[in-house]
Write a protein that binds this ligand. Structure first.
Ligand code: PLP
Length: 385
């Protein structure tokens, strides 16, 4: 099998598995307990916090472990509105992940005013639009993702966060797809909250983190036993957290070399497809992008059909975000970039990881070429367009 769906999830790295094993077997203590048996679990959590902080270029105290990216984004949004109950305006972008859009839409249904910034055909917001939308003393939060899960397009987060800061508005960044793929340097940015998920960088599923800048307050939504300094109650997922820490350390050690290697693989893939398959178009090619992601459409080729043929050839890809697979609605990300619903349904996403090789890329181009030829033949035979 050739796995090219790494924006949906990634395989667990051996470093993470090794770090998790003791806490799934002999050391199953609750990390909050007072006896010596629990100390090893507590030490593993401390180490993981430092390792995750290093990946983000943050302080360990700024890392709050969660169950994943969705919980982290929900917690950031809830914190912003709790801290500013008098502010009833929120800002986000049209291409955000559902983990941001859904909670914001739920607030809009409760009477909040929600500005959804449009994106251009490259998938980028306009900083002028953001500046015009910001309302000092009225906007509770700007939520803008670092990199898009479907296209890999990287937003101008540093400039957007600076604009929010000038207006005195909290800024949340969904950095789930960016972590481990591009340097983050949060300490140098006026980002107040940021979301992360271990399974996107070869850690385990069901564990993530919310970065809470030491410069801002945080109002918790998960109340209970007061774990994580009262910021996220609930018994800590020690094996998951240890795995996330080890995956973060491995990602950091590979970051520089992998960013260049992945961009090369992605570029080889794209030039192979564009040379060999007529009517192929890469989305977001003119924008800054993650090095590992290629979203493309092929004229007249149903992406679902291509996905099935690639699957038969042992290649795993996606037709958009994993959450949207099987949904009959075209991707909101692609339609926000100006694609019509037919073009959105002609779109496939290939996302690479440090476990992919140049051979994988060559096989993927060949199998995609075969799949497209077969689908076009069928189309021509049936006359269905
Ligand atoms: N944000 C983005 C950009 C994502 O790609 C995902 C996962 O698909 C999430 C948030 C949600 O993360 P999790 O699966 O950890 O809840």
């Amino acid at each position: 099998m050739i796995y090219l769906d790494n924006n949906a999830t990634t395989p667990l790295c051996s470093e993470a598995l090794e770090a998790m094993m003791p806490f799934l077997t002999e050391c199953w203590a609750n990390s909050s307990s007072g006896y010596r048996f629990a100390r090893r679990a507590r030490a593993a959590v401390d180490e993981a916090r430092a390792r995750v902080a290093a990946l983000l270029d943050a302080e360990p105290a700024e890392v709050v472990f969660t169950s994943g990216g969705t919980e982290a984004s929900n917690a950031a949004i809830q914190s912003a509105i709790s801290l500013h109950p008098d502010r009833r305006h929120l800002i986000t972008a049209a291409t955000e992940h559902e983990a941001t859009l859904r909670p914001l839409e739920a607030l809009a249904a409760r009477g909040y005013e929600l500005t959804v910034l449009p994106v251009d055909s490259r998938g980028l917001i306009s900083l002028e639009d953001l500046a015009a939308a910001l309302r000092p003393a009225q906007t509770a939060l700007v939520s803008l993702m670092w990199a898009n899960n479907e296209t890999g397009v990287v937003q101008p987060v540093a400039q957007a966060a600076a604009l929010a800061q000038e207006a005195g508005v909290l800024f949340h960044c969904d950095a789930v797809q960016a972590a481990g793929k591009t340097p983050l340097r949060l300490s140098a940015l006026p980002v107040h909250y940021a979301s992360f998920s271990a399974h996107k960088f070869h850690g385990p599923k069901g564990v993530g983190a919310l970065y809470v800048s030491g410069s801002v307050r945080f109002a918790p939504s998960a109340l209970g036993g007061g774990q994580e300094g009262g910021r996220r109650s609930g018994t800590l997922n020690v094996p998951g957290i240890a795995g996330m820490g080890a995956a973060a350390a491995a990602a950091l050690s590979h970051l520089e070399a992998e960013a260049g290697r992945l961009a090369l693989l992605r570029d080889q893939f794209e030039s192979g497809v564009l040379e060999r398959i007529a009517g192929a178009h890469v989305h977001g090619a003119q924008a800054p992008r993650l090095p590992n992601t290629c979203s493309l459409r092929i004229d007249g080729v149903d992406a679902q059909g291509a996905l099935l043929l690639l699957d038969n050839a042992g290649i795993c890809v996606s037709t958009g975000s994993a959450c949207a697979t099987g949904s009959i609605r075209p991707s909101h990300v692609l339609t926000a970039m100006g694609l019509n619903s037919r073009q959105a349904r002609e779109t496939l996403r290939f996302s690479f990881s440090r476990y992919n090789t140049a051979d994988d890329v060559a096989r993927a181009v060949t199998e995609l070429e075969k799949a497209v030829a077969k689908l076009r033949l069928t189309l021509a035979a049936t006359g269905v367009t």
